[in-house]
Design a protein around this ligand. Structure first.
Ligand code: ZN
Length: 374
């Protein structure tokens, strides 16, 4: 039996909520995390027609990129179409979870999917926003318990270094203590100074695993009062996260040619090109899903001459032109790539986790509000 919370636990290893921009209402939005799930619908937007589709397809969990509740509801009067939609979801026991800017910044997430679709090479993060810290734990155990401790810490995920796992360092020493009245010592007696041959076991791990690693240490440690040191390292080896991607085109193209290539890559009816140099060659391309215009200074900083993003404002377009930057706006709806990319990813997680009775499917609807008249 798979519950919403099981899915969330797996998903947030991939796109933790702390990667989201502040104020972005990501995470569980509607329904209960305790609900069991069998049929999951992946969608860019939760709109009334998507809710109808979900009901028809007997969906019990919707995974959406855009939060369904973006502005707080002031009332729950169902004459309002937005509120009526919440009521329909609750009435049909459809839980909704949203992964927005945390999915944008996740490695292998939204912006990597868009960069892949544009066939960019040498892809890097456009604007880093988070460096995962590395922690080190040292604990002191009787020699006979050292092996068990090393195994428990490795099982909790500590000691992953590149292509190596279960990495640790141990050295021998002497632990000294005097159990006082009330203590129930594993070794030694009340009021008698004790000296024990101990092993110091050291491991490193990403900070996100801190709770799991500490829990494993406490569970495995034989002592009533385990001695341990926990610290944060300044090593810059933690995983880097950030919004947007920048890379080079697969082959030499002018900006006009690249605009056409972008249109085909995302199969959009039309797009807007902001440029004063359509025949200049594309050097580097930045891509950022959604409404990314405000990030154009980061694009200039990364020395890209083309920026692919949605919802570019009139005045921002002027600013980009004045700065010598060209922009391609294929619309916000290119983020519907979430449907074709997230479904196989979730299916793979389900296979590994043995979630045999959960089916993941993409919404069959387009939620693009815009059409082009040509
Ligand atoms: Zn978006």
């Amino acid at each position: 039996m798979v519950r919403v919370k099981d899915f969330i636990r797996r998903f947030e290893q991939f796109a933790p909520q702390y990667l989201a921009e502040s104020g972005d209402p990501v995470g569980m939005q509607l329904g209960s995390t305790e609900q069991t799930i069998h049929r999951v619908l992946v969608t860019l937007d939760v709109r009334p027609e998507v809710v109808k589709e979900a009901i028809a397809k007997k969906i019990d969990f919707i995974f959406a990129h855009h939060p369904v509740i973006f502005r707080p509801a002031k009332n729950l009067v169902t004459d309002d179409p937005q509120n009526a939609m919440y009521a329909e979801l609750l009435r049909h026991h459809i839980a909704v979870y949203a992964a927005h800017t945390n999915l944008d910044s996740a490695n292998g997430g939204m912006n990597d999917w868009l960069a892949q679709q544009l066939q960019l090479k040498n892809v890097q993060i456009l604007q880093p926003n988070y460096q995962r810290k590395i922690k080190k734990l040292a604990t002191y155990v009787p020699e006979a318990n050292a092996n068990g401790m090393r195994q428990a810490l490795a099982a909790a995920g500590a000691g992953q270094l590149g292509d190596y796992s279960a990495a640790s360092f141990s050295y021998a020493g002497t632990g000294r203590f005097t159990p006082n009245a009330g203590a129930k010592p594993f070794i030694g007696q009340i009021d008698q100074a004790e000296a024990v041959a101990e092993t110091k076991v050291e491991v490193v791990f990403p900070e996100a695993l801190t709770n799991a690693v500490l829990a494993a240490m406490f569970q495995t440690h034989p002592y009533e009062e385990p001695a341990y040191d926990l610290f944060t390292l300044d090593n810059a080896s933690g995983e880097q996260f950030g919004i947007g991607r920048v890379g080079e085109p697969q082959q030499a193209m002018t900006i006009r040619e690249f605009a056409k290539f972008t249109q085909d890559a995302f199969a959009v009816q039309g797009l807007r090109l902001v440029t004063q140099h359509p025949d200049e060659l594309v050097k580097r391309v930045a891509v950022l899903g959604g409404d990314g215009g405000k990030f154009y200074p980061a694009v200039l900083h990364q020395q890209a001459n083309v920026f692919v993003t949605g919802d570019v404002y009139y005045h921002t377009a002027h600013d980009m032109l004045a700065a010598g930057l060209s922009a391609i706006d294929p619309g916000h709806h290119i983020e519907s790539i979430v449907k074709s990319k997230a479904v196989p990813l979730f299916q793979e997680w389900a296979r590994v986790a043995g979630w045999n009775d959960v089916t993941f499917m993409a919404s069959a609807l387009s939620t693009d509000p815009f059409t082009f008249i040509v």
